[in-house]
Design a protein around this ligand. Structure first.
Ligand code: NAP
Length: 268
């Protein structure tokens, strides 16, 4: 059992992870409280040393996922592919990292698509940061499916695509990537704020395209709501967030959490 359970981020006050992780802890009768710790980048290294000493475990969010990956003494294969850690624990005084965002995205995609995308299908991935890497770790393994990365910093999109399989490409042509896509995924923060533009204009979408937005906010994003109103299957990032948390819980406690209790804690 970990000595302490924490979320490391900056900022973290807005996070809903404590609500559903504490619900899972209560449902399992585990006498720990999941605490959000606001850690500035300059304080991360000292915080990790102290957490290793306390035998802590936990999650990592913006902006620390890459730095915690570098700080880990061991990591899972999937964390190696994404070069980012969102879940950690301590084994024999060594910090061990995993990336459960990949399993979270896989669950989100299953919920939206019901069946795997057929060979020859296309995915348009908007954004080239840590969340996009988690998406690529999943879609890059879908047989015969091509993923095209589009980001405002095109060098970042190219560098990210080059780390994955030959089925992953980068382009600057947002409209062409979105028009030909069967699945469009927003992995930018656009939509978090009320005055944000949509990640891609709705008239770019092909009629049967499925729309996934990794952004989570109360009442869903405007993009998800508008895409659904036009007849697209469309989900926001909440199912991904819950599942990455559920898989993290399994890593920490070697048992499945009560997913219904986790969902209920953030419903409404
Ligand atoms: P990140 O590493 O900072 O990457 C963000 C990406 O979005 C970069 O490509 C960035 O481009 C681009 N971007 C930022 N602001 C933009 C703007 N105004 N217009 C266009 N592109 C913009 O962040 P991340 O960790 O990948 O997270 C991205 C989003 O996914 C966040 O909203 C996060 O909350 C969400 N997320 C959700 C889950 C979940 O479980 N649902 C999990 C992880 C992340 P530049 O390189 O040019 O800055």
């Amino acid at each position: 059992m970990p000595g302490r359970l924490v979320l490391l981020g900056h900022p973290v006050a807005h996070s809903i992870s404590p609500a559903f992780q504490n619900a899972a802890l209560r449902a399992a009768g585990i006498p720990l409280r999941y605490e959000a710790l606001d850690i500035e980048p300059g304080e991360l290294s000292a915080a990790l040393q102290s957490l290793i000493g306390q035998h802590a475990a936990g999650n990592v969010t913006i902006p620390h996922k890459e730095a915690v990956f570098r700080a880990c003494g061991r990591h899972s294969d999937v964390a190696g592919r994404t070069r980012a850690v969102n879940t950690f624990w301590v084994e024999d005084d060594v910090l061990v990292g995993d990336n459960t965002d990949v399993a979270g995205f896989a669950a989100l995609a299953r919920e939206a698509l019901h069946v795997p995308l057929a060979t020859g299908s296309r995915v348009a991935l908007l954004g080239a940061g840590g969340a996009a890497a988690a998406v690529l770790a999943e879609t890059g393994s879908w047989p015969g499916v091509q993923t095209t990365v589009v980001a405002r910093t095109s060098t970042r999109a190219q560098a990210l695509a080059a780390r994955f399989s030959a089925c992953v490409l980068a382009t600057d042509d947002l409209a062409a990537a979105v028009r030909s896509a069967d699945l469009v995924v927003n992995a930018t923060p656009l939509g978090l704020r009320d005055d944000d533009p949509m990640p891609a204009a709705l008239d770019m979408l092909s009629p049967a395209a499925v729309v996934l937005d990794l952004v989570c906010r109360r009442g869903e994003t405007a993009w998800v709501r508008a895409a659904r109103a036009r007849g697209h299957t469309s989900l926001d990032g909440l199912p991904m967030l819950l599942e990455q948390g559920a898989v993290a819980f399994t890593r920490w406690f070697d048992r499945e959490p009560d997913r219904a209790a986790m969902r209920a804690a953030v419903a409404g």
